[in-house]
Design a protein around this ligand. Structure first.
Ligand code: FAD
Ligand code: FES
Length: 258
């Protein structure tokens, strides 16, 4: 069930340059069904910022009714969110969307989790859940530069982790595909979230593998009512569009035309 709730800010800290980790507590945590779902946040009460911002759920703790989100404070809305302090309340709508299907990968199998920039956060909860059921996770995480890398140790605690930076300041220099080229293709499933050019490259490289991609499209309502997030599918049918907010944001590879 989707609910709108005034969630309590448990903590907020800057974990890399302009990258914030915020912990929120509230009842909607009990409604979360899968890693990769997101929340829609009213970042400020100001009239010019009525449009909510979609942010992925990076970690879930249902025992303490707490979720973690990780976001880049770049535009006016997310910068305003980064000013919230412990004890403040944030207006949240969620959980939204369909997340990553973890049942697709069985215990004993290997999964590749491939993330780019602010697409990395939802892969953390995904890796926690896959690892807990006995899947071996390999993480390939791409960033622009060392100063925006986050959760390296957290991912390493769950499994093999490759860090890639465009400028080579940490890890391998290049893109996630630079690492993928040298990795075995002996894995069952891949899961990916990040900018569209990255998703396209990943999908092309693993064209013969089972994979799931999460799309970060611009959104309005977040619940399927406004058509702001519509994307074309690869189907040749007349109505070949799909809503990323309510039909996704996670789709099997090959469904969205990229
Ligand atoms: P502004 O420029 O003030 O935004 C203006 C408008 O454009 C807002 O409506 C905003 O929502 C929209 N917008 C701008 N850039 C984007 C973008 N890249 N994607 C979607 N809408 C955008 N970012 C994170 O940092 N961490 C996450 O975990 C994360 N998860 C996401 C999950 C989903 C399903 C989607 C769709 C997006 C996610 N994003 C995430 C991207 C995030 O929503 C945007 O970066 C953010 O909305 C930008 O808002 P702003 O106030 O910084 O920018
Ligand atoms: Fe309104 Fe998807 S954001 S339909």
């Amino acid at each position: 069930m989707i609910i709108q709730e005034s969630m309590l800010v448990q903590s907020q800290r800057e974990i890399a340059h302009n990258i914030f980790e915020m912990k929120l507590q509230g009842k909607l945590v009990q409604e979360i069904q899968a890693p990769g779902q997101f929340i829609h946040i009213r970042v400020s009460e100001a009239f010019d910022m009525l449009l909510r911002r979609p942010i992925s759920i990076a970690s879930i703790d249902q025992e303490s009714d707490e979720i973690t989100i990780i976001y880049r404070a770049e535009g006016d809305g997310t910068r305003s969110l980064s000013k919230r302090n412990e004890g403040d309340r944030v207006d949240v709508l969620g959980p939204l969307g369909n997340g990553f299907p973890i049942a697709e990968t069985k215990a004993g199998e290997v999964a590749y989790l491939i993330g780019g920039g602010i697409g990395v956060p939802p892969l953390y909860e995904l890796s926690k859940q896959l690892t807990a059921k006995g899947v071996t996770c390999v993480h390939i995480l791409g960033f622009q530069s060392e100063n925006v890398v986050f959760y390296e140790e957290e991912f390493k605690a769950l499994g093999e982790t490759y860090i890639v930076t465009v400028d080579g300041t940490i890890g391998t220099e290049g893109f996630v595909t630079t690492v993928m080229e040298n990795l075995s293709e002996q894995f069952a499933t891949y899961y990916s979230c990040g900018p569209q050019p990255m998703l396209k490259a990943v999908q092309e490289m693993y064209a013969n593998k089972k994979g799931y991609l999460s799309f970060e499209e611009r959104m309005g309502c977040g619940v399927g009512a406004c058509f702001a997030c519509v994307c074309k599918t690869t189907e040749r049918a007349e109505a070949n569009y799909i809503k990323v907010c309510s039909d996704g944001p996670v789709f099997p590879a090959g469904v969205i035309a990229i």
